[in-house]
Design a protein around this ligand. Structure first.
Ligand code: NI
Length: 270
């Protein structure tokens, strides 16, 4: 099987898993298909979240993309959220980019660290050795109280503890739309159809000046089976990205830290 087919199949599996907890993404997909003349929606990137324990950190996830020809792009630091991130891109820009972040566990309280250490013990090297880990969800029990303890310190920690390994978002490439050629037009269409956008840092994060403009919906709320009860919490969201050319004429392929910082907040409780 060709590398391209392997990549397509992996992203299809990640997409199918994502849709299980982000049903709005399918509605938005249908809305864009009905409103735009593009023959298909192109995915700009996905984002994955994890913890910085060595056996399950960024490299444990990125190895599965690097095996398919992806290369390390840039590093990002979100010190106010205790996060590191890297992006990976394929030499063939038709393939989606991958943005992987990890929580700096050691910066949280002892109580939160103990909960996250317990989670890390449920993640085996065997699990991480197969690319199916990327859409495998959570492999541990979590009480609702422990979720609340994490949420009080780090929305990111709470999200990962509740949902585990899966795409946090997919991203519509506005550059590949035919009719809705500006991000602002996409945002208007979404709002007219009742979708709620993340307004932290403004509806549009970034601009032509930084070669990337992004917006996103607020995450859907879906039920999570905690070990003691089931509660609806924020799951996943859909992002929209418009890329602009660098001085050499090539479209910018990286990310903008100040914008990504605000995009993280799309999983905040409204
Ligand atoms: Ni993103």
């Amino acid at each position: 099987m060709s590398q391209q087919r392997h990549i397509d199949e992996l992203f299809e599996k990640i997409w199918d898993d994502y849709l299980l907890i982000a049903p709005s993404a399918l509605s938005i997909h249908a809305l864009l298909n009905a409103s735009d003349e593009a023959t298909h929606i192109v995915n700009d990137h996905i984002a994955l979240r994890t913890l910085n324990f060595p056996h399950m950190g960024i490299s444990a996830l990125s190895q599965h993309f690097e095996a398919l020809g992806y290369k390390h792009g840039s590093d990002y630091d979100f010190s106010d959220k205790s996060l590191n991130a890297m992006h990976f891109e394929h030499p063939n820009y038709d393939h989606p980019k991958v943005f992987i972040s990890e929580l700096k566990v050691e910066e949280l309280s002892d109580e939160a660290q103990t909960i996250l250490y317990g989670i890390s013990e449920s993640v085996t090297p065997q699990l991480m050795a197969d690319s199916s880990c990327l859409f495998s969800g959570k492999h541990w029990q979590l009480t609702y109280n422990h979720y609340q303890v994490l949420l009080a310190e780090s929305e990111y920690a709470a999200w990962f503890a509740a949902w585990g390994f899966r795409a946090n978002h997919f991203t519509v490439s506005v550059n590949h739309l035919e009719t809705l050629t500006e991000l602002a037009n996409v945002n208007e269409l979404l709002k007219q159809n009742g979708f709620v956008l993340n307004t932290s840092g403004g509806e549009i994060k970034g601009s032509e000046e930084v070669c990337l403009a992004q917006s996103s919906t607020m995450a859907d709320k879906m039920p999570v089976a905690f070990s003691d009860r089931t509660v609806d919490i924020p799951s996943c969201f859909y992002e929209f990205a418009q890329r602009y050319p660098l001085p050499n004429g090539d479209l910018y392929q990286g990310f903008v830290a100040a914008s990504a910082n605000k995009i993280f907040e799309s999983t905040n409780v409204k």
